[in-house]
Design a protein around this ligand. Structure first.
Ligand SMILES: CC(C)(COP(=O)(O)OP(=O)(O)OC[C@H]1O[C@@H](n2cnc3c(N)ncnc32)[C@H](O)[C@@H]1OP(=O)(O)O)[C@@H](O)C(=O)NCCC(=O)NCCS
Length: 141
């Protein structure tokens, strides 16, 4: 099941977020994101637990994906794809542009985004401690 995150999901979201970024809970205040009116945090539940989430902001016609993480035991089951589709549908017809940053070495994530029509538009040098980042974008007609 896919649904909007609730306050009781925050510890699990932080746990999953830390798989991607050890400083996750210092950098992202999920509690604030649930209430600021422009952030979206969506969770995927399976076997009675949250096994993945996506977070992003939707401002005017632009959605910026901030994080997407799936529990390692549940990968390659289309969960991330479902989360991205859900976020796209949240943007509705107004949504014209989606953007995100991804480490240039993160092949699984790059493949995932390319599947959704994202293209590399810029390389941000030294964006991460040990890697550059691709800025990827997806335009809708
Ligand atoms: C990237 C990530 C979110 C993908 O989640 P997932 O639920 O396994 O993805 P899906 O099952 O929806 O896969 C969709 C597509 O992504 C690509 N993909 C996913 N995992 C891949 C892998 N290990 N190797 C290569 N391509 C991969 C494939 O194109 C796949 O389509 P296919 O199964 O038809 O080949 C997951 O690997 C993850 O949590 N990684 C750690 C966190 C991370 O790096 N997040 C991105 C930060 S920018």
């Amino acid at each position: 099941m896919i649904r909007e995150a609730k306050i009781f999901d925050i510890p699990r979201i932080n746990e999953l977020g830390e798989l991607l970024n050890p400083n996750f809970r210092k950098v992202f205040n999920i509690n604030e994101m649930l209430n600021d009116g422009y952030s979206k945090v969506i969770v995927y539940e399976k076997d009675d637990k949250v096994v993945g989430f996506i977070s992003g902001t939707i401002l005017y016609d632009t959605c910026d994906i901030l994080d997407i993480v799936v529990d390692p035991q549940y990968r390659r089951k289309n969960i991330a794809s479902n989360l991205i589709s859900y976020l796209i549908s949240e943007g509705g017809e107004n949504l014209k542009l989606m953007t995100l940053e991804v480490a240039t070495k993160n092949i699984p994530a790059i493949n995932l985004y390319e599947k959704f029509g994202f293209e590399v538009v810029y390389t941000r040098k030294n964006y991460y401690k040990d890697d550059d980042a691709y800025l990827m974008a997806r335009k809708s007609e």
